[in-house]
Design a protein around this ligand. Sequence first.
Ligand SMILES: [Zn+2]
Ligand SMILES: [Zn+2]
Length: 372
Amino acid sequence: MSSQPSSATVRAAVLPAPNVPPEVRSYPLPAMEEGAVLLRTIASEVCGTDVHLHHGHLAGVPYPLIPGHVSIGSVEIVQGTVQDVEGRPILPGDVVTFLDVHGTCNACWYCLVARATTRCPHRRVYGITYGADDGPGLAGGWSERIYLRPQTRIIRLAEGVSPDDWIGAGCGLPTAVHAIELARIGLGDRVLIQGSGPVGLSACVLALLSGAGWVGMIGAPELRLKAARRFGADWTTDVTATTADERKQAVRDATGGRGADIVIEASGNPLAVPEGCELVRDAGRYVIVGQYTDHGDVAINPHLHINKKHLEIRGCWGSDFSHVYRAMEILARFGRRIDWSALISRRYGLEEVGQALADVEAQRVVKAVIVP
Ligand SMILES: [Zn+2]
Ligand SMILES: [Zn+2]
């Protein structure tokens, strides 16, 4: 099942090295391996991780890099037979996305014994740890074509889910699905979210869908807090306009003086963590999902914040296929009620990715999207 692509070379936006301006380069189309799929890119997101990649904050990244780890494309070539998780064939013309993680081995100790596949040492990530010159290439979404290697987990867009819905939700939604899974929210729980980026905004929606009785959010800027209120947050406050004491008092006032039953950290700021330990109630649960890059140490008091508090702290790293699959189901079921596509603030061509990165870094946009 194959056809010839319409052009022999592919244009892609590349990060040549940390802190070097992005540039547009041309690449040849890779030879198709058995089980590989070539996508014509429809859209790819720009997320906070891409800003960190631009500044070289992530270890083990092989530059030059074509970023874009969450993308949508229309299938152009399928080499051999490729099926989705439900056994249906992936066919030319299908509009699909894919799990950005590839190569999880299902053979190592972490995969088989710990059942923690996001800690598998063999996993690689499209747009992050597969470089532009790595193997067949075209491994990121800021490119006219994306080459999906054999065994990439491909998922068709569900009926009623548009490319804008999926990209508007972006990597934030599957990440939030994972965080909410670990948060184990009970009906009526009061949930506080630190951070109003795409992960925090999706966590807000999913907390409400999980039956939270109250959802508060600490974040900035107002553009994002407004999106949180539109998504149903009961209370928001601007972290740049309040003190930690004021925020603690406000959360106490909203939670019977105890603190939130569950706090989800999605801010990326290490200082959020000791504050979160203060904002969660005794014997509550604290899920930390926002510290994706290493921004350094911070002091906590193990006696007061953890031991005596009887606090459960859970770290959340990466996503697996179940989170992407569930994210698609959630968009299919609730996408008409909750407009994730409205998070898209601006679209950028390949020549404009430098501007897109600057806009995301300065938080001038909620979600920036690359349309190659
Ligand atoms: Zn991302
Ligand atoms: Zn493994």
